[in-house]
Design a protein around this ligand. Structure first.
Ligand code: FAD
Length: 404
């Protein structure tokens, strides 16, 4: 019998297991994948994620893992360029984008060091319930074949957006939005530039993110409706979109060399689920999933690992009523994510800036402190409502008009 079983051992699962074990719980962590391994995701970390890693004593491992520090973020749309580093209260002057097969192993190793018992190549097939309906464990199968049942005080689903735990526990989805984009990425050697580049086009997007081994992750986004056309020639359409969005990036990419195949997905739901019930909880993508255009999934998973661990421990130690503690977990998660979720949905329409938004982006030109605030909004360090409020935007637009 374990105190907790965590299903899924990546950004949400390994930290949750680690934090529970550090509190003295007996924790079993399982994943159907084998490790180390890559997963379908780029890997940009916002400053709050790095601050949380620092709180877990893991930041130095990320800084030393071979991913270069990224000290400048650049956003471009046609002739408009906004470049700087996001305002942040943590004193961060660089962010990182470590490859997932490197990064996920840092998280998993920290969980193992905390005393977590780990089984990979172990697929959970069912939740086990008591007569009362309470979830009391899992039934799963090793890749080699043996089926086992394990019992625990709580089962945590960190098993991603297609979560079996959420489905079997009956977690309700109370916000569901349309899928907006498909996103593809690949790794290139020999691409000049050390900025994280976010490039907006007309109903298209592209980007460049420096990562391990001197490689650059090149990304493109296009509307979900163009998936059929895109798939007819993935490599050709990928490079066509990069060129349409940014001839400058396309030239730099053409001087480099692609070193892996192009990865991508159109399976990008946008939803928010209730993250707890009797004997179970959800953390990471299993409870809240959004378009990756704003690269916030890992940051969200880390914040929620902290919040969920606090709630579980408060319930177990009697600090708070267990149900009230879980309710608060849900409320605090939603409070943190709602404005960013909406901003992500707006960004994922891939609509080019126009009207007041375009005036605002123009007004930011040359105004470094406001640029760094705007970058902060996109980095989870400045509240979205503060920057996108009509009053604030008018103030920036009017100030720029006076200065000209
Ligand atoms: C194209 C793309 C680009 C992205 N780029 C970024 C980015 O730059 N920055 C960022 O912060 N986020 C990014 N994201 C989002 C990020 O990948 C996710 O938010 C993050 O991986 C969520 O972590 P997780 O642990 O919740 O789930 P996952 O990473 O999905 O991990 C779930 C784990 O559960 C395991 N599992 C599932 N079912 C079972 C089962 N039945 N039994 C046992 N194990 C099971 C899986 O094998 C998997 O290892 C991107 C996503 C995509 C698709």
């Amino acid at each position: 019998m374990y105190d907790a079983i965590v299903v899924g051992a990546r950004c949400a699962g390994s930290p949750t297991a680690m934090l529970l074990a550090r509190q003295g719980l007996r924790v079993l962590l399982v994943d159907k994948a084998s490790f180390p391994s890559d997963t379908l995701s780029t890997h940009y970390l916002h400053p709050p994620a790095l601050d949380i890693l620092r709180g877990w004593n893991l930041l130095d491992r990320v800084e030393r893992c071979g991913a270069p520090p990224i000290e400048r973020l650049t956003w471009r749309y046609r002739d408009l360029e906004i470049a700087g580093f996001p305002v942040n209260p943590y004193g961060m002057t660089a962010v990182y984008a470590p490859r997932r097969y490197v990064f996920d192993m840092i998280l998993l190793s920290a969980a193992l060091e905390a005393g977590v018992e780990f089984r990979d190549r172990f697929a959970v097939q069912e939740l086990v319930r008591a007569d009362s309906g309470r979830v009391t464990g899992i039934k799963g199968r090793y890749q080699a074949g043996a089926t086992v049942v394990e019992k625990a005080g709580i089962v945590v689903g960190a098993d991603g957006m297609r979560s079996l735990v959420a489905r079997q526990a009956g977690a309700i989805t109370y916000r569901l939005e349309a899928t907006l984009t498909c996103q593809y990425y690949g790794y290139w050697a020999g691409v000049d530039g050390s900025d994280n580049e976010l490039l907006a086009g007309d109903w298209l997007g592209s980007g460049a993110i420096p990562t391990n081994d001197g490689l650059t992750t090149i990304c493109v986004a296009c509307p979900r409706s163009s998936l059929g056309e895109f798939r007819k020639d993935v490599a050709g359409n990928f490079l066509r979109i990069v060129r349409e969005v940014s001839p400058d990036l396309a030239d730099r990419v053409s001087r480099g060399e692609r070193v892996e195949r192009i990865y991508g997905t159109a399976d990008i739901p946008n939803f928010i689920r209730r993250p707890y019930g009797s004997g179970w909880a959800l953390v990471g993508d299993s409870g809240y999933h959004k378009d990756p255009l704003t690269a916030a999934g890992i940051t969200d998973a880390f914040r929620d690992a902290n919040l969920l661990t606090e709630a579980i421990m408060d319930g177990l130690t009697g600090m708070r009523d267990a149900d009230a503690a879980m309710k608060e977990y849900e409320l605090r998660r939603n409070e943190s994510v709602m404005p960013f979720f909406q901003m992500t949905l707006d960004a994922a329409t891939l609509e080019p800036p126009r009207g007041k938004n375009l005036d605002f982006m123009r007004a930011l030109q040359g105004n470094q402190s406001e640029i760094d605030r705007w970058l902060g909004m996109n980095s989870y360090t400045v509240p979205v409502d503060e920057v996108l409020s009509p009053q604030y935007m008018d103030m920036v637009i009017n100030a720029a008009a006076i200065c000209r």
